[in-house]
Design a protein around this ligand. Structure first.
Ligand code: NAD
Length: 264
């Protein structure tokens, strides 16, 4: 399998994510290639590169690391990637198929979370799952996957977002609580039911002069105070971030095998 990544600009977090994806490819014996562009690149230049990768039969999967500079349309970039090479699972054709439970590439983060639930043998059927956050890449697809007629899945799902009122009253009823917000330690222990499964998607860099890099990574959940109440909780770092890589690599392997076809 061969994964290609496009990286625009020199954002520190994006550099780190792409570097770890490339490193993980090496670890599992996949080929990888990285195409770098300055943040002055035009949208047309990027679209050209994507089209040439789409037509390159030696490359199985392609991701464009987000965020992109403001002058570039994320939608146009996402929709130009061939859905058969869309190993991030962001293309509307893949997301449409996901909704209908048809063969597709699932978005890597929600896919990784489903694999995590499966691996730990956590029952989801009939449970109340509360997802906080409705982004196209995490919260929204997560809510769909948990409600699909599948295993894991078959949960009763509530999707909360920035306009939800009385959030704590909702989260306290969650058997499975998935936080994908991007606000450090937003989920506090009073928001969590005793025995709940808590999955923390957040990755937030906060300044910390005591570390070599000058920052540390934290999640959306106040781990120290929430963990004692939980039956399971995923840490940050070392939880969903790693599983996202697993989701991406599995998608790349499936792409190399040609498992998802869009032309009939
Ligand atoms: P986003 O900014 O696109 O979405 C955040 C969501 O949180 C929005 O839907 C918003 O409605 C909701 N929200 C914001 N404030 C809220 C509030 N006060 N109450 C309820 N809901 C609120 O973010 P995203 O791309 O979904 O990412 C979320 C977090 O997950 C970020 O920290 C990101 O870095 C992280 N992330 C991690 C991985 C991973 O591999 N672990 C992958 C993708 C994103």
């Amino acid at each position: 399998p061969h994964l290609s990544a496009i990286l625009v600009g020199a954002d520190g977090a994006s550099e780190t994510y792409v570097a770890s994806k490339i490193k993980n490819c090496k670890e599992v014996g996949f080929e990888s290639s990285l195409f770098r562009f300055p943040d002055t690149v035009t949208e047309a230049e990027l679209l050209d590169k994507i089209n040439s990768i789409n037509n390159d039969s030696s490359i199985d999967g392609l991701l464009v690391q987000l965020p992109l500079p403001k002058h570039i349309s994320v939608q146009r970039i996402t929709e130009t990637i061939s859905p058969e090479k869309d190993v991030d699972g962001f293309h509307p054709l893949n997301q449409g198929r996901m909704v209908q439970n048809l063969p597709c590439y699932l978005p890597a983060t929600p896919y990784g979370i489903m694999l995590m639930l499966e691996h730990e043998g956590i029952t989801t059927a009939g449970k109340h799952c509360v997802v906080i956050g409705r982004s196209n890449i995490v919260g929204m697809p997560m809510s769909i996957l948990m409600s699909r007629n599948a295993d894991p899945g078959n949960a009763t799902v509530t999707l909360c977002h920035s306009r939800s009122t009385d959030l704590s009253a909702i989260t306290r009823t969650a058997d499975i609580l998935i936080a994908a917000i991007g606000k450090p330690r937003f989920v506090t222990s009073d928001m969590v039911k005793e025995g709940a499964v808590v999955i923390d998607v957040g990755i937030i860099r906060i300044e910390d002069s005591s570390t070599k890099s000058g920052y540390r990574i934290t999640g959306d959940v106040d781990f120290e105070n929430v963990a004692p109440k939980c039956s399971y909780i995923s840490p940050v770092p070392g939880g969903v971030g790693l599983m996202t890589i697993v989701g991406l690599l599995k998608n790349t392997l499936r792409a190399a095998k040609g498992e998802v076809k869009f032309s009939f």
